[in-house]
Design a protein around this ligand. Structure first.
Ligand code: MG
Length: 280
């Protein structure tokens, strides 16, 4: 794989990514995949999907776990519903996350990723210890599969995330850096955060957003790539300085407007191609 192949976040039957055909139409050589529904995660389907990828000349670079009942409606709802932090769903979701890792292995994919949820800031709290435990449990499962686990950024500050990764203490735990999430959740200036956690960044999202009037209390707004406050050229220059050479995966989740989604991702592909030529 050459440095910085462009990618797009894709879905089969779950999640908000684009269909494989759209990735192909846009000429994108890599995808990250939202894990399909449980009924779809069979060995037969894995084989079919792999064959389809090969036919389209697309490489799968990560499988993202997601769970029923998660809602990103507003920040408090994310706290209550997302990832492995909520206690009521933790055991079932941990089991499912391991199944997703096993499905990713069938797809010959060495990277499994997820939104862990809001990790408590108080590192002495029992909940913080529980979240450490469950993360170690999944890291160990991935390790046995020969996989890494990438945590999506946004819900934690860079310092909080660094602390958390060190406290987990597993050497297959890394970061999927999403600069727009830092703005959407109001957890810090993205480029500064990227520099802090750079050594853990093994995959990234190319997504853009504008700051909320009251960051951290309300959502910022997700906008087309290049139209927000991330600063795409600076983002790519910083990734280059850090020695990041993985895919540039575009994430634009407006599946309710498929034509607009495709057009905006097309625009993002052109922007990234232009900036890549300029920066590299
Ligand atoms: Mg993301």
């Amino acid at each position: 794989m050459s440095k910085w192949p462009i990618g797009v976040f894709a879905s089969i039957d779950a999640g908000l990514g684009v269909k494989l055909e759209v990735a192909q139409e846009l000429g994108v050589p890599t995808i990250q995949l939202h894990a399909p529904e449980q009924a779809t995660r069979t060995p037969e389907n894995a084989e079919k999907f792999l064959a389809r990828l090969q036919e389209l000349g697309i490489e799968l670079t990560a499988v993202f776990g997601g769970f029923e009942g998660e809602s990103y409606a507003d920040i408090p709802t994310v706290c209550e519903t997302v990832g492995l932090v909520p206690a009521a769903t933790r055991a079932a979701r941990t089991r499912e996350m391991k199944e997703i890792a096993d499905f990713a292995k069938l797809l010959k994919c060495e990277v499994v990723a997820l939104h862990l949820g809001f990790v408590p800031h108080d590192t002495e709290s029992p909940l913080y210890q529980e979240v450490l435990e469950v993360t170690r449990d999944i890291c160990n499962h991935c390790q046995a599969n020969g996989q890494r686990l990438h945590l999506e950024t946004g819900q934690e500050s860079a310092d909080g995330l660094l602390q958390f990764i060190q406290d987990v203490g597993c050497d297959n735990l890394f970061v999927n850096f999403d600069p727009a999430n830092m703005i959407l959740y109001g957890t810090g200036e993205p480029i500064e955060a990227l520099k802090k956690i750079g050594k853990y960044v093994r995959s990234i999202h190319c997504k853009d957003a504008t700051w909320a009037a009251n960051p951290g209390q309300e959502w910022g707004a997700e906008v087309p790539l290049g139209a927000g406050d991330v600063g795409m050229e600076n983002y790519l220059r910083t990734l280059n300085e850090l020695g990041y050479d993985g895919p540039l995966t575009i994430e634009r989740e407006i599946p309710q407007e498929p034509e607009r989604q495709k057009a905006e991702i097309g625009g993002a592909v052109r922007l990234l191609e232009e900036l890549r030529a300029k920066v590299l």
